[in-house]
Design a protein around this ligand. Structure first.
Ligand code: SAM
Length: 284
């Protein structure tokens, strides 16, 4: 039998008990629609033996759905009253499941260790920090093999964008260092309380089976940052600061087989890796 998920009434009651008013700065829009939770869980492909990391459990809407699908969980919440309330909510709606979840009061953008090793990330991310949270977690916890996150729809499009498109940029390339990325759906505004102004999107991530290169990730990311900081410029010009001169940038680009007159927005992650590898073997 399917277990109860949280609807508008349960969410309102929980918020009343806690006396909380959702805050914009923490991106607090709570899902009040069980069908949306079912859809996220179905799209997330969670195996029954997995340990799932959830960021921002809030009042627990998605948490209950994850608990039904996974073996165990770690939930990282930045807001103390929400983190404190979560075990009681689970005890009430999933009696006996409290032992399968660790609730960590921390900033998901900064958390360095977790009480369990997560194999998946499933989250309705706080919108204002969604990309930095994602990039941090994928880098810090290589055990995360796949992820399904809800973000603002335009951020979802940006994360899944391909080279050459207008919205292709730093988030897409960096996410591609770790994962294959794909858009997995659009979610309307009325499934949240309070309702946000813009639609949300689902994005799916599948970890690459192997690192793309032995070159340190920071080296590759520095080139990506430099290339897109001046995205209208040619790579030769945009990478001048990074290479200490545009002449040297041009030589490194030539050595990596990348046309120095291109713009960064034409390059995929493999091209950025080639530049980093060429720079590595290049006399300074
Ligand atoms: N998962 C709940 C749901 O779907 O109803 C809440 C999602 S709400 C969009 C985002 C949640 O992330 C809130 O509970 C908020 O307090 C929390 N949050 C915001 N910034 C955070 C951060 N840096 N680290 C961890 N949690 C954060």
């Amino acid at each position: 039998i399917e277990q109860q998920l949280l609807g508008p009434q349960e969410i309102r009651e929980l918020a009343d008990v806690l006396g909380i008013r959702p805050t914009k700065t923490l991106g607090q829009n709570f899902v009040i629609d069980p069908n949306t939770i079912r859809r996220i869980i179905a799209t997330a492909n969670i195996d029954s033996d997995e340990t799932v990391l959830e960021v921002g459990p809030g009042l627990g809407s998605l948490t209950l759905g994850i608990l039904d699908a996974a073996r165990d969980m770690v939930a990282v919440e930045i807001d103390p009253p929400l983190a404190q309330q979560l075990p009681a909510t689970i005890a009430k709606f999933r009696p006996g499941s409290e032992a399968r979840i660790d609730v960590v009061l921390n900033d998901a953008m900064r958390v360095m260790e977790l009480p369990k090793t997560p194999t998946a990330l499933v989250a309705n991310l706080p919108y204002n920090v969604a990309v930095p949270v994602l990039i941090h977690l994928l880098g810090q916890f290589p055990s995360i093999d796949h992820a399904l996150v809800m973000v603002q729809d335009e951020v979802a499009d940006r994360l899944a964008a391909k080279p050459g498109s207008k919205i292709y940029g730093v988030p897409s390339v960096k996410a591609n260092w770790f994962c294959e990325v794909s858009k997995a759906g659009v979610i309307g505004t009325n499934v949240f309380w309070p309702a946000p102004k813009i639609k949300s999107g689902l994005v799916a991530f599948k970890r690459r089976p192997e690192l793309l290169s032995d070159v340190p990730r920071e080296d590759v990311f520095a080139i990506i940052d430099a290339a897109f900081a001046q995205r209208r410029k040619t790579l030769r010009a945009a990478l001048g600061g990074w290479a200490s001169s545009s002449a040297r940038a041009g030589e490194i680009l030539e050595a990596s087989g990348i046309d120095p007159t291109l713009r960064g927005e034409k390059l995929d992650i493999h091209d950025f890796v080639k530049i980093a590898e060429a720079a590595h073997d290049f006399p300074s």
